[in-house]
Design a protein around this ligand. Sequence first.
Ligand code: FMN
Length: 290
Amino acid sequence: MLLLTPVLVALVCILIVWIFKNTDRSIKKRKVESQARAETRPWMDEDLRDSSDLYQVEEDGDEWQESEETIDHIPFAHTRYSEEEMAKRSQEFYELLNQRRSVRFISNEQIPMEVIDNIIKAAAGTAPSGAHTEPWTFVVVKDPEVKHRIREIIEEEEEINYRRRMGVRWVTDLKKLRTNWIKEYLDTAPVLILIFKQVHGFAANGKKKVHYYSEISVSISCGLLLAALQNAGLVTVTTSPLNCGPRLRVLLGRPTNEKLLLLLPVGYPSKEATVPNLKRKPLDQIMVTV
Ligand SMILES: Cc1cc2nc3c(=O)[nH]c(=O)nc-3n(C[C@H](O)[C@H](O)[C@H](O)COP(=O)(O)O)c2cc1C
Protein backbone atom coordinates (compact mmCIF):
# COMPACT_ATOMS: atom_id res chain seq x y z
CA MET A 1 0.00 0.00 0.00
CA LEU A 2 2.81 2.39 1.05
CA LEU A 3 4.66 1.51 -2.18
CA LEU A 4 1.57 2.22 -4.27
CA THR A 5 1.22 5.84 -3.08
CA PRO A 6 4.31 7.27 -4.85
CA VAL A 7 3.31 5.35 -8.00
CA LEU A 8 -0.18 6.86 -7.82
CA VAL A 9 1.21 10.38 -7.27
CA ALA A 10 3.51 9.92 -10.28
CA LEU A 11 0.58 8.74 -12.43
CA VAL A 12 -1.60 11.70 -11.40
CA CYS A 13 1.28 14.10 -12.21
CA ILE A 14 1.76 12.54 -15.67
CA LEU A 15 -2.01 12.82 -16.28
CA ILE A 16 -2.07 16.51 -15.25
CA VAL A 17 0.91 17.34 -17.53
CA TRP A 18 -0.75 15.46 -20.42
CA ILE A 19 -4.09 17.33 -19.99
CA PHE A 20 -2.28 20.68 -19.71
CA LYS A 21 -0.21 20.06 -22.86
CA ASN A 22 -3.27 19.02 -24.88
CA THR A 23 -5.34 22.02 -23.79
CA ASP A 24 -2.45 24.33 -24.69
CA ARG A 25 -2.05 22.64 -28.09
CA SER A 26 -5.76 22.94 -28.94
CA ILE A 27 -5.82 26.65 -27.92
CA LYS A 28 -2.76 27.27 -30.13
CA LYS A 29 -4.40 25.30 -32.99
CA ARG A 30 -7.59 27.37 -32.69
CA LYS A 31 -5.54 30.60 -32.71
CA VAL A 32 -3.65 29.53 -35.85
CA GLU A 33 -6.92 28.52 -37.55
CA SER A 34 -8.61 31.85 -36.81
CA GLN A 35 -5.48 33.73 -37.94
CA ALA A 36 -5.49 31.76 -41.20
CA ARG A 37 -9.18 32.51 -41.68
CA ALA A 38 -8.51 36.24 -41.19
CA GLU A 39 -5.61 36.20 -43.61
CA THR A 40 -7.58 34.48 -46.35
CA ARG A 41 -10.46 36.96 -45.95
CA PRO A 42 -8.80 40.41 -45.98
CA TRP A 43 -12.06 42.05 -47.07
CA MET A 44 -13.69 41.22 -43.74
CA ASP A 45 -13.82 44.35 -41.62
CA GLU A 46 -12.23 43.62 -38.21
CA ASP A 47 -15.09 45.41 -36.46
CA LEU A 48 -17.76 43.44 -38.31
CA ARG A 49 -16.23 40.02 -37.70
CA ASP A 50 -19.09 38.72 -35.61
CA SER A 51 -20.91 36.37 -37.97
CA SER A 52 -21.43 34.26 -34.85
CA ASP A 53 -24.58 36.35 -34.19
CA LEU A 54 -26.61 33.22 -33.72
CA TYR A 55 -24.38 31.94 -30.93
CA GLN A 56 -24.01 35.14 -28.95
CA VAL A 57 -26.43 34.06 -26.22
CA GLU A 58 -24.40 30.94 -25.48
CA GLU A 59 -21.08 32.78 -25.62
CA ASP A 60 -21.49 35.54 -23.07
CA GLY A 61 -22.81 35.45 -19.59
CA ASP A 62 -24.98 38.59 -19.77
CA GLU A 63 -28.69 38.50 -19.13
CA TRP A 64 -30.83 38.18 -22.24
CA GLN A 65 -34.49 39.07 -22.58
CA GLU A 66 -36.79 36.46 -24.05
CA SER A 67 -39.76 37.76 -26.00
CA GLU A 68 -43.04 37.32 -24.17
CA GLU A 69 -45.08 39.40 -26.59
CA THR A 70 -48.27 38.07 -28.11
CA ILE A 71 -49.57 39.75 -31.27
CA ASP A 72 -52.90 39.62 -33.07
CA HIS A 73 -52.96 38.11 -36.55
CA ILE A 74 -55.00 40.16 -39.02
CA PRO A 75 -56.28 39.56 -42.59
CA PHE A 76 -53.67 40.26 -45.26
CA ALA A 77 -54.49 43.01 -47.78
CA HIS A 78 -53.28 42.18 -51.29
CA THR A 79 -53.41 44.04 -54.60
CA ARG A 80 -53.71 41.59 -57.51
CA TYR A 81 -52.68 42.74 -61.01
CA SER A 82 -53.59 41.17 -64.34
CA GLU A 83 -50.77 39.19 -65.97
CA GLU A 84 -50.22 41.96 -68.55
CA GLU A 85 -50.04 44.55 -65.80
CA MET A 86 -47.54 42.37 -63.87
CA ALA A 87 -45.34 41.97 -66.94
CA LYS A 88 -45.44 45.73 -67.61
CA ARG A 89 -44.68 46.71 -64.01
CA SER A 90 -41.85 44.20 -63.63
CA GLN A 91 -40.28 45.28 -66.95
CA GLU A 92 -40.50 48.97 -66.00
CA PHE A 93 -39.03 48.32 -62.55
CA TYR A 94 -36.16 46.36 -64.10
CA GLU A 95 -35.47 49.22 -66.55
CA LEU A 96 -35.43 51.73 -63.71
CA LEU A 97 -33.00 49.67 -61.63
CA ASN A 98 -30.84 48.85 -64.63
CA GLN A 99 -30.06 52.58 -64.90
CA ARG A 100 -28.62 52.58 -61.37
CA ARG A 101 -24.87 53.13 -61.29
CA SER A 102 -22.39 53.72 -58.51
CA VAL A 103 -21.57 57.40 -58.91
CA ARG A 104 -18.39 58.69 -57.29
CA PHE A 105 -18.76 62.32 -58.44
CA ILE A 106 -21.57 63.99 -56.50
CA SER A 107 -22.67 67.63 -56.80
CA ASN A 108 -22.90 69.86 -53.72
CA GLU A 109 -26.46 70.90 -54.67
CA GLN A 110 -28.86 70.45 -51.74
CA ILE A 111 -31.61 67.79 -51.88
CA PRO A 112 -35.06 67.89 -50.25
CA MET A 113 -34.88 66.28 -46.80
CA GLU A 114 -38.47 65.07 -47.17
CA VAL A 115 -37.21 62.76 -49.93
CA ILE A 116 -34.50 61.38 -47.62
CA ASP A 117 -37.12 60.73 -44.92
CA ASN A 118 -39.29 58.83 -47.41
CA ILE A 119 -36.34 56.83 -48.70
CA ILE A 120 -35.31 55.75 -45.22
CA LYS A 121 -38.92 54.88 -44.39
CA ALA A 122 -39.00 52.73 -47.56
CA ALA A 123 -35.75 50.99 -46.62
CA ALA A 124 -35.54 50.64 -42.86
CA GLY A 125 -39.25 51.13 -42.27
CA THR A 126 -40.42 48.28 -44.50
CA ALA A 127 -37.58 45.74 -44.83
CA PRO A 128 -38.00 42.23 -43.45
CA SER A 129 -35.68 41.27 -40.57
CA GLY A 130 -34.85 38.14 -38.60
CA ALA A 131 -37.71 37.64 -36.06
CA HIS A 132 -38.81 41.24 -36.84
CA THR A 133 -35.97 42.68 -34.78
CA GLU A 134 -35.32 45.60 -37.20
CA PRO A 135 -31.61 45.57 -36.22
CA TRP A 136 -30.50 48.81 -37.90
CA THR A 137 -29.78 52.49 -37.35
CA PHE A 138 -29.53 54.84 -40.34
CA VAL A 139 -27.54 57.95 -39.45
CA VAL A 140 -28.12 60.88 -41.83
CA VAL A 141 -25.26 63.41 -41.77
CA LYS A 142 -25.87 66.89 -43.24
CA ASP A 143 -23.49 69.02 -41.12
CA PRO A 144 -20.52 70.02 -43.35
CA GLU A 145 -18.07 69.87 -40.43
CA VAL A 146 -19.10 66.35 -39.45
CA LYS A 147 -18.94 65.28 -43.11
CA HIS A 148 -15.43 66.68 -43.32
CA ARG A 149 -14.33 64.87 -40.14
CA ILE A 150 -15.78 61.64 -41.64
CA ARG A 151 -13.74 62.27 -44.79
CA GLU A 152 -10.56 62.76 -42.76
CA ILE A 153 -11.06 59.51 -40.85
CA ILE A 154 -11.92 57.53 -43.97
CA GLU A 155 -9.08 58.90 -46.10
CA GLU A 156 -6.60 58.21 -43.32
CA GLU A 157 -7.75 54.58 -42.94
CA GLU A 158 -8.27 54.01 -46.68
CA GLU A 159 -4.72 55.07 -47.47
CA ILE A 160 -3.50 52.34 -45.09
CA ASN A 161 -6.06 49.92 -46.63
CA TYR A 162 -4.83 50.55 -50.17
CA ARG A 163 -1.13 50.57 -49.25
CA ARG A 164 -1.03 47.73 -46.72
CA ARG A 165 -4.25 45.94 -45.77
CA MET A 166 -5.95 45.13 -49.08
CA GLY A 167 -3.09 43.36 -50.84
CA VAL A 168 -1.99 43.39 -54.49
CA ARG A 169 -4.89 41.34 -55.90
CA TRP A 170 -7.63 43.52 -54.45
CA VAL A 171 -5.93 46.79 -55.43
CA THR A 172 -5.40 45.41 -58.98
CA ASP A 173 -9.09 44.36 -59.17
CA LEU A 174 -10.09 47.94 -58.27
CA LYS A 175 -7.87 49.59 -60.90
CA LYS A 176 -10.60 49.46 -63.56
CA LEU A 177 -12.92 51.43 -61.25
CA ARG A 178 -10.25 54.15 -60.74
CA THR A 179 -10.95 54.30 -57.02
CA ASN A 180 -8.36 55.29 -54.42
CA TRP A 181 -8.32 56.69 -50.88
CA ILE A 182 -9.25 60.24 -51.92
CA LYS A 183 -13.03 60.60 -51.38
CA GLU A 184 -14.09 64.08 -52.41
CA TYR A 185 -17.76 63.03 -52.45
CA LEU A 186 -17.66 62.82 -48.64
CA ASP A 187 -17.47 66.64 -48.61
CA THR A 188 -19.54 67.44 -51.70
CA ALA A 189 -22.55 65.12 -51.26
CA PRO A 190 -25.26 67.05 -49.39
CA VAL A 191 -26.11 63.96 -47.32
CA LEU A 192 -24.15 60.97 -46.04
CA ILE A 193 -26.13 57.96 -44.83
CA LEU A 194 -24.21 55.69 -42.47
CA ILE A 195 -25.89 52.36 -41.91
CA PHE A 196 -25.20 50.60 -38.63
CA LYS A 197 -26.20 47.03 -37.80
CA GLN A 198 -27.20 46.44 -34.21
CA VAL A 199 -25.44 43.28 -33.11
CA HIS A 200 -28.05 42.99 -30.35
CA GLY A 201 -30.85 45.20 -29.04
CA PHE A 202 -32.08 46.15 -25.58
CA ALA A 203 -35.43 45.34 -23.97
CA ALA A 204 -37.29 47.97 -21.93
CA ASN A 205 -35.82 46.47 -18.73
CA GLY A 206 -32.24 46.94 -20.03
CA LYS A 207 -31.62 43.25 -20.75
CA LYS A 208 -30.02 42.39 -24.09
CA LYS A 209 -32.30 41.25 -26.92
CA VAL A 210 -31.03 38.77 -29.51
CA HIS A 211 -30.91 40.08 -33.08
CA TYR A 212 -31.05 37.14 -35.46
CA TYR A 213 -29.31 37.41 -38.84
CA SER A 214 -28.67 41.11 -38.27
CA GLU A 215 -26.18 41.51 -41.13
CA ILE A 216 -28.46 39.84 -43.69
CA SER A 217 -31.42 41.91 -42.47
CA VAL A 218 -29.52 45.20 -42.69
CA SER A 219 -28.14 44.29 -46.12
CA ILE A 220 -31.68 43.68 -47.39
CA SER A 221 -32.76 47.09 -46.11
CA CYS A 222 -29.75 48.65 -47.89
CA GLY A 223 -30.86 47.03 -51.15
CA LEU A 224 -34.26 48.65 -50.72
CA LEU A 225 -32.53 51.96 -49.96
CA LEU A 226 -30.59 51.80 -53.24
CA ALA A 227 -33.81 51.07 -55.15
CA ALA A 228 -35.63 53.92 -53.38
CA LEU A 229 -32.80 56.38 -54.17
CA GLN A 230 -32.87 55.35 -57.82
CA ASN A 231 -36.64 55.74 -57.90
CA ALA A 232 -36.33 59.28 -56.49
CA GLY A 233 -33.69 60.30 -59.06
CA LEU A 234 -30.75 60.53 -56.66
CA VAL A 235 -27.37 58.85 -56.91
CA THR A 236 -24.98 57.18 -54.50
CA VAL A 237 -22.07 54.77 -54.30
CA THR A 238 -22.25 51.84 -51.91
CA THR A 239 -19.11 52.02 -49.78
CA SER A 240 -17.78 49.80 -47.05
CA PRO A 241 -15.08 51.87 -45.29
CA LEU A 242 -12.77 49.07 -44.12
CA ASN A 243 -11.74 49.36 -40.46
CA CYS A 244 -13.22 52.87 -40.07
CA GLY A 245 -16.24 51.58 -38.12
CA PRO A 246 -15.11 52.17 -34.52
CA ARG A 247 -13.85 55.75 -35.15
CA LEU A 248 -16.97 56.72 -37.09
CA ARG A 249 -19.20 55.14 -34.45
CA VAL A 250 -17.53 57.23 -31.73
CA LEU A 251 -17.66 60.39 -33.88
CA LEU A 252 -21.40 59.94 -34.39
CA GLY A 253 -22.06 59.04 -30.76
CA ARG A 254 -23.49 55.61 -31.52
CA PRO A 255 -23.49 52.87 -28.84
CA THR A 256 -21.12 49.87 -28.88
CA ASN A 257 -23.82 47.38 -29.95
CA GLU A 258 -23.88 49.16 -33.33
CA LYS A 259 -21.32 48.32 -36.04
CA LEU A 260 -20.90 50.34 -39.23
CA LEU A 261 -21.92 48.27 -42.26
CA LEU A 262 -22.10 50.76 -45.16
CA LEU A 263 -21.77 54.44 -45.96
CA LEU A 264 -23.75 56.00 -48.80
CA PRO A 265 -23.05 59.54 -50.02
CA VAL A 266 -26.29 60.81 -51.53
CA GLY A 267 -27.07 63.64 -53.95
CA TYR A 268 -27.30 64.58 -57.62
CA PRO A 269 -24.48 63.54 -59.96
CA SER A 270 -21.98 66.30 -60.69
CA LYS A 271 -22.09 67.62 -64.28
CA GLU A 272 -18.76 66.02 -65.19
CA ALA A 273 -19.57 62.65 -63.54
CA THR A 274 -18.33 59.54 -65.36
CA VAL A 275 -18.83 55.84 -64.58
CA PRO A 276 -16.86 52.77 -65.69
CA ASN A 277 -18.45 51.11 -68.71
CA LEU A 278 -19.24 47.85 -66.90
CA LYS A 279 -21.24 45.02 -68.46
CA ARG A 280 -23.78 43.13 -66.36
CA LYS A 281 -24.33 39.38 -66.59
CA PRO A 282 -27.28 38.33 -68.78
CA LEU A 283 -30.17 36.30 -67.31
CA ASP A 284 -28.83 32.92 -68.46
CA GLN A 285 -25.70 33.48 -66.37
CA ILE A 286 -27.46 34.54 -63.19
CA MET A 287 -30.56 32.33 -63.11
CA VAL A 288 -31.00 28.58 -63.09
CA THR A 289 -34.48 27.13 -63.38
CA VAL A 290 -34.98 23.63 -62.04
C1 FMN B 1 -20.75 45.62 -50.45
C2 FMN B 1 -20.21 46.62 -51.43
C3 FMN B 1 -19.12 47.37 -51.08
C4 FMN B 1 -18.64 48.34 -51.96
N1 FMN B 1 -17.60 49.13 -51.56
C5 FMN B 1 -17.19 50.13 -52.35
C6 FMN B 1 -16.21 51.05 -51.88
O1 FMN B 1 -15.73 50.96 -50.75
N2 FMN B 1 -15.82 52.05 -52.72
C7 FMN B 1 -16.37 52.21 -53.98
O2 FMN B 1 -15.98 53.14 -54.69
N3 FMN B 1 -17.31 51.35 -54.44
C8 FMN B 1 -17.74 50.33 -53.67
N4 FMN B 1 -18.75 49.49 -54.09
C9 FMN B 1 -19.39 49.73 -55.40
C10 FMN B 1 -18.98 48.69 -56.43
O3 FMN B 1 -17.66 48.92 -56.86
C11 FMN B 1 -19.98 48.75 -57.60
O4 FMN B 1 -21.24 48.39 -57.13
C12 FMN B 1 -19.59 47.82 -58.72
O5 FMN B 1 -18.39 48.25 -59.31
C13 FMN B 1 -20.68 47.74 -59.80
O6 FMN B 1 -20.96 49.01 -60.32
P1 FMN B 1 -22.44 49.61 -60.33
O7 FMN B 1 -22.84 49.78 -58.88
O8 FMN B 1 -22.33 50.91 -61.06
O9 FMN B 1 -23.34 48.61 -61.00
C14 FMN B 1 -19.23 48.51 -53.23
C15 FMN B 1 -20.35 47.73 -53.59
C16 FMN B 1 -20.84 46.81 -52.69
C17 FMN B 1 -22.07 46.02 -53.05
